[in-house]
Design a protein around this ligand. Structure first.
Ligand code: BG6
Length: 484
């Protein structure tokens, strides 16, 4: 297997799931700070579980504690990032994906001037990464838009949010132009219909049910325009910079080879890919425009939007990859949850404790599909498995299930590269235990590094190396050759 020389190896984080310090040094509240702990979430209706009403937001903001709102405390990366970066460097990371919390820079999204303390935090973080030889890959929007923009404008539904976002991004480009070369605009840009509040600050109770799809696609259009503007601005401010799109790669197989099942699966895949289509090709695919027509969806655009989309095409394509699912027209087909989706169960695949179907070969399939479609370099910027870990009496953590998951997925990625897919890097999700995006659990652990904190926030926050820490260290040192 031949990972190219200079292939980036590392891990990925999101500010809202690790930083904590949610109201420190001038940071404003984001949509993540009102997300509630859901230990027994039946993730079969993900959108409903993550929807927030105005009353729920008001109740959350009246509660200053982090008891029910775990993302407010994260894993205290804000104060411990030097220790964590040292551990990543010890594993040999050459890339770390992080996001910038918009509300550290513009607390409500609409201030005239940015918050200097927020800017300084990320300057220190990126400087330390560079000192350790870790290339930053920075996401500009990872489920953490200002709560104030959600409540005032219903988030991205309002076109004025484009200006707020592009201003925030411009400030980041100017400030970090000597520190950051690789950028992503929107994390999992395709997630807007699955969880509109988290992705786009849309408060569903304000929208009639039959208008929800229309509203989400309208907000999405604003995100796509903003993304294109930001790509162009980044290229102007930071010569040689590379900006990517980021897709949840939700590959769907047909449950059977019945043509009707194949068509159902194809529809799912086209819907998943179209978000990246727009960002790569700078225009909406004809099939999607027809789908809008059929569903009575009318997107309000402004003169010039087409030109903006065309002028802001991304340089590379990135994705998260956790699982695959199948689709069927059979109404009785058994369904199982995945990453914020509910797919038909695949009898050939095992599942994680959260029901996500583990499919290493599906990663190879997905990378080949993406490369063949877009002909752009790829990065896998999230891949991993949530699991419950046990700390042994001597403090060690044995996690063979995690090593096996990664071993198989990295092997399949290597085969995709051997088959001709051009790849720049791989950042696992997540190199250190953090707060889960969907359930706000701490006990759904992803890391090579264990964090001593439970779901209720009890623990010392001490970091410990799991067995997988040493395994990944070997993988990186051998540039992917030693997966044993
Ligand atoms: C991705 C998100 O979809 O999945 C991450 O970009 C998230 O933010 C990851 O953490 C895993 O999902 P979860 O719900 O297990 O944290």
């Amino acid at each position: 297997m031949s990972f190219p020389q200079g292939f980036f190896w590392g891990g990925a984080l999101a500010a809202n799931q690790v930083e904590g310090a949610w109201n420190v040094d001038g940071k404003g509240p984001s949509v993540a700070d009102v997300a509630t702990y859901k230990p027994n979430t039946d993730v079969k209706d993900y959108a409903a579980h993550n929807a927030m009403s105005d009353a729920q937001i008001a109740a959350a903001m009246a509660d200053p504690s982090d008891a029910a709102y775990p993302k407010r405390r994260g894993i205290d990366f804000y104060h411990r990032y030097r220790e964590d970066l040292a551990l990543f460097a010890e594993m040999g990371f050459t890339m770390l994906r992080v996001s910038i919390a918009w509300t550290r820079i513009f607390p409500t999204g609409e201030e005239e001037e940015p918050n200097e303390k927020g800017l300084q935090f990320y300057e220190d973080l990126f400087t330390e990464m560079r000192r350790l030889g870790i290339e930053p890959l920075v996401t500009l929007s990872h489920y953490e838009m200002p709560l104030a923009l959600a409540t005032k404008y219903n988030g991205w539904v309002d076109r004025r949010v484009i200006d707020c976002f592009t201003k925030f991004c411009h400030v980041c480009f100017v400030r970090y132009k000597d520190l950051v070369k690789y950028w992503l605009t929107f994390n999992e840009v395709d997630s807007i219909l699955r969880h509109p509040f988290t992705t786009a600050g849309i408060i569903p109770s304000r929208v009639p049910a039959d208008q929800m799809a229309q509203t989400c696609y309208q907000a999405l259009h604003h995100q796509l325009v903003a993304s294109a503007l930001v790509v162009r601005d980044c290229h102007g401010v930071i010569p040689g910079s590379k900006v990517g799109c980021m897709l949840t790669k939700l590959t769907t197989y047909a449950r059977t080879c019945a043509p009707a099942d194949e068509l159902a699966a194809q529809a799912k895949n086209l819907e998943n890919l179209f978000y990246a289509d727009v960002q790569v090709w700078g225009e909406y695919p004809r099939l999607i425009l027809r789908m809008f027509e059929r569903k009575g969806i009318t997107i309000r655009t402004e003169p010039g939007d087409d030109a903006i989309l065309k002028a802001g095409c991304v340089d590379f394509v990135s994705c998260s990859y956790y699982m695959t699912m199948t689709e069927s027209v059979d109404p009785h087909a058994e369904r199982t949850p995945g990453n914020t989706v509910l797919g038909v169960k695949n009898p050939y695949l095992p599942s994680s404790e959260w029901g996500w179907q583990i499919d290493p070969q599906g990663l190879r399939y997905s990378l080949i599909e993406l490369y063949d479609r877009y002909r752009k370099p790829l990065m896998v910027v999230e891949n991993g498995v949530g699991a419950k870990d046990t700390v042994e009496p001597d403090g060690s953590i044995h996690d063979p299930y995690r090593m096996e998951y990664f071993r198989q997925h990295i092997a399949e990625m290597g085969k995709a590269i051997d088959e001709g897919v051009e790849m720049w890097g791989y950042t696992s999700w997540a190199p250190i235990d953090l707060i889960s995006a969907s359930t706000n659990q701490m006990s759904k652990r992803y890391g090579f590094i264990y964090v001593d904190q439970d779901d209720e926030g009890r623990g010392t926050l001490e970091r410990r190396r799991k067995d997988s820490f040493y395994w990944y260290q070997k993988v990186i040192a051998s540039n992917g050759a030693d997966l044993a």
